[in-house]
Design a protein around this ligand. Sequence first.
Ligand code: PA5
Length: 408
Amino acid sequence: LPQALAAQKTLREKTGPGSEFTDWVTLPGDYDKDEIRRVKEAAARIAGRSEVLVVIGIGGSYLGSRAVIDFLLSPYYNGTPGKTTPDILFAGNNLSGDALQKLTERIGERDFSVNIISKSGGTTEPAVAFRYFRALAEKRYGKDGARQRIVATTDKARGILKTLSNAEGYETFVIPDGVGGRYSVLTPVGLLPIAAAGIDIDALLRGAAAMMDSCANAPDNAAVRYAAARNALYQSGKKTEVLASFDPDFVYMGEWWKQLYGESEGKELKGIFPAAVSYTADLHSMGQYMQQGERTLFETFVRTDMPAGGLAVENDTANADGLNFLAGKTVDEINDAAYQGTKKAHTDGGVPCLVIEAGPKNAGTLGQLIYFFEYACGVSGYMLGVNPFDQPGVEAYKKNMFTLLGKP
Ligand code: PA5
């Protein structure tokens, strides 16, 4: 804890490496209100004219919005009968031509808009997808029509995407200078697709602000305790952290968390390896490893309260499947017993378990959780002695790829 408190001081006083990228610490309290008003207007406009919004981005430029939409709405959100908001399809997060083709088929004849998101403005994966969708939009709607349907989220002044947007007359949204990709879900990067899906972004921001206040007001806050615990475990030889949830809507939150921690901490030959599992599905795969594999890991359970009620198991007089012992119990109650049983089994099996009790499953809670993980990550990175806000290691593959492709 003393190490964590010192790291927190470094973060708050902006005295550590990468401190120019720590504006997210105060963002939920001092975001640009006018920009967020424009985000809401753009989201409403997109919903009014398009059945599909294609969100083009990679890493921090898409994982946050995908995670929030899945968690608060559902991984089955797209295609929900009767909904009035557009499907949100993600592109530009891979280099698969087949995926691009299938995505185009998913859009079909439906009207679509495009949100291209890139802070640097020149990342290859989204740039390739954007060239493709820009051409598709221009073919379908003409140059002027396409201009009405394309919005770009990028740096306020620099980069190819900004130059292109100015030249073409696209509406643009700003990623603040002091906020890096993986800390940007609460900027227009995440908020525009999230708002387009019909989620209350004010509630999300209010939740984040509540956690921001709690981190600012109490040095010994929950995020600092989490950072302290995971580093104490790391120092005792636990090299892998497994983030576990019993809510299948949480899968992409796990992906977002993996990026946040993996890119922030994995450097200088150091760092906890972030893994994620979705239970109970993964109890029938990774559960074996968790129980009896190498004992170099610890587990962090994330819990949100499920709404009361819900589907229950019915009584069946024949009881041929022997399940009448569950009759009257809700599926969520059974899930909770699975959680309690798993936590005890893993603890008994030599896996230290942390538990994050987040509260009711809603936008406010998720805003809190997002800020909690970001703040803990900044603190944790400084405890480890690295710059949690750069990612020099991701350049190596690009260099090789560009050499192979003959980039001028
Ligand atoms: O966290 C980061 O900075 C990265 O994961 C970026 O978000 C990712 O590489 C995409 O970068 P950009 O938005 O510049 O295209």
